[in-house]
Design a protein around this ligand. Structure first.
Ligand SMILES: Nc1ncnc2c1ncn2[C@@H]1O[C@H](COP(=O)(O)OP(=O)(O)OP(=O)(O)O)[C@@H](O)[C@H]1O
Length: 259
């Protein structure tokens, strides 16, 4: 990863409101290619909202968002609304960004293998043989080579979450977003999913942003951690600084309570 590389994601002066409630407040955030970033902070800080905006699931009120050179939201200027991207650009952004959610949302009527192969066939229009070969390889990579034919109800929560990660990877995104992917799991299965996330994040072939309340996980998989509160970044830095030597008193109070 080169320090000089231009950012892959650029969020500039973004504000997002629901009625009179400001969720993001003049937020600035840049993410470099192949960087692994974690967002931490109290409930309601706006962490998931950042991911939802990058997934093109939410509108913003002000500011600009650029992903891989594509303007998802153009700056409308001071005091003016942001300008949305064209439908084509939104489609192009969606191809670049994958997301794994907290809730286990596999297709229940499809085997693990088909869950992973479905989008490459339908969306990327890959020949079936190629898509299924890719899916089998990815299931192997997440340690589920023997479970290709299993349906989601036959898999544990941790296994389902690993299938969900393989499914996201099958689309070959440039950016992979993880939203609390381990928080619905029981403690025994968290480890197996963490192992996969760590492997994906450390693979250096894609850029990841993880939202998590598990600070040790953030420490293990991140090059940089941002502490968010009230819709803005209070402090950011390498994991050792943010988790064990934060400069800001608010960050310190937060991490000391959770670590
Ligand atoms: N559709 C919506 N309508 C109104 N308010 C919303 C909506 N979606 C999110 N919010 C509010 O936006 C704020 C930020 O939500 P967000 O989910 O990003 O927080 P978070 O930092 O991820 O919190 P958590 O750690 O609890 O998941 C919250 O106060 C939430 O209530």
């Amino acid at each position: 990863m080169s320090e000089a590389a231009p950012p892959l994601i650029r969020i500039a002066r973004v504000s997002k409101r629901f009625g009179s409630v400001a969720v993001l407040n003049d937020l600035d955030l840049e993410v470099r290619p192949f960087e692994n970033l974690s967002l931490i902070g109290p409930s309601g800080a706006g962490k998931s909202m950042v991911l939802r905006i990058l997934m093109t699931l939410e509108k913003i009120d002000e500011g600009s968002v650029t992903i891989d050179g594509l303007n998802l939201w153009g700056d409308g200027g001071v005091g003016r609304a942001s300008v949305p991207a064209s439908a084509n650009d939104i489609k192009a952004v969606r191809r670049r960004v994958g997301m794994v959610f907290q809730s286990l949302n596999l297709f229940p009527h499809m085997s693990a293998l088909r869950n992973v192969a479905e989008a490459p066939v339908r969306v990327l229009k890959l020949p079936k043989e190629e898509a299924y070969a890719r899916a089998a390889e990815l299931l192997d990579r997440v340690g589920l080579g023997a479970k290709q034919g299993s349906y989601p109800t036959e898999l544990s929560g941790g296994q389902q979450q690993r299938v969900a990660i393989a499914r996201a990877l099958a689309m070959r995104p440039k950016i992979l977003l993880f939203d609390e992917v381990t928080s619905a799991l029981d403690p025994e299965t968290v480890g197996e999913v963490l192992g996969v996330i760590r492997e994906v994040a450390r693979g250096h072939s894609l850029t990841t942003i993880s939202v998590t309340h598990q600070l040790k996980l953030a420490g293990e998989i991140s090059d940089r951690i941002c502490f968010l509160e009230s819709g803005r970044i209070v402090e950011e830095g390498p994991p050792d600084q943010i988790l064990y030597a934060p400069v800001n008193g608010r960050t310190r109070a937060f991490v000391e309570a959770l670590l």
